[in-house]
Design a protein around this ligand. Structure first.
Ligand SMILES: [Mg+2]
Length: 250
């Protein structure tokens, strides 16, 4: 049995509005066992409170302190440095950054802005970074799955600004080691005694391995045949979170 279980949300517990078969029961099983469980996501199209409400509606009981989001990590990073961010984020989460002065920005934050990834906004981000503003990104996620479609995620937009301005982003969410460290620090587990479960072989699996956390790739969500070949290192591959939970509790 592991000492802590880290679960990605989208693609592991649910896929769009559909709960992964057996996922609810599997999560309940873990919670009943007393094993510390943390939910860890780069999702940045919803506020934290909406995410918690959605999890509840889907039948997952997640405590506020068990949920770790890249958006929270971004806010914390900006707060610690007293920065004035230009927030290129989804319009639904603009309010999550109300605490920051955003006139005359001296930092750039890029999350999944969806339709707001237009030339005007990207060029503003580029100009600020070229002038020396630090670039902050939620994650290098390539794509995500929503219903039956793959959708382009934030990673390529962060890469575009890096490329144009000749800078390197600080990644506050997965696969950033600091994010995994933060989550592990909220438990009493050593990294090597935890297990990260995700459907993203780069963000979830490779990121966890780099942080010294064993990982398990599930064949649900955005998983595509052959994904396990795309990343070096030892990790498990299972059909779904149901088997991952069995591994964690075994
Ligand atoms: Mg996922």
């Amino acid at each position: 049995m592991v000492d802590a279980l880290l679960l990605d949300l989208s693609g592991v517990l649910y896929d769009g509005d559909e709960v992964v078969p057996g996922a609810r029961e599997a999560v309940r099983r873990v919670q009943a066992s007393g094993l510390p469980v943390r939910f860890i996501t780069n999702t940045s199209r919803k506020t934290r409170s909406r995410l918690l409400a959605q999890l509840g509606q889907l039948g997952f009981h997640v405590e506020d302190e068990q949920l770790f989001t890249a958006v929270d990590a971004a806010r914390q990073w900006l707060r610690q440095r007293s920065l004035r961010p230009f927030c290129l984020v989804h319009r639904d989460i603009v309010g999550e950054f109300d605490e920051f002065e955003q006139n005359d920005p001296d930092a750039v934050l890029i999350a999944d802005a969806a339709e707001d990834f237009n030339y005007r906004n990207l060029n503003r981000a580029f100009q600020l970074c070229l002038a020396g503003a630090p670039l902050l990104g939620v994650g290098y996620n390539r794509y995500f799955k929503s219903g039956d479609q793959m959708l382009m995620d934030v990673g390529a937009f962060i890469r575009a600004i890096e490329f144009a301005a000749g800078v390197e982003a600080t990644i506050v969410g997965k696969p950033g080691t600091e994010f995994f460290n933060q989550v592990i620090a909220s438990t009493t587990a050593a990294p090597a005694r935890a297990l990260m479960v995700g459907d993203d072989v780069f963000g979830d699996v490779e990121g966890a391995l780099e942080a010294g956390i064993p990982a398990c790739l599930v064949r649900t969500g955005k998983y595509r045949a052959g994904d396990e070949e795309r990343v070096a290192g030892d990790f498990q591959v299972v059909d779904s979170v149901v088997e991952a939970v069995e591994l964690a509790l075994a």
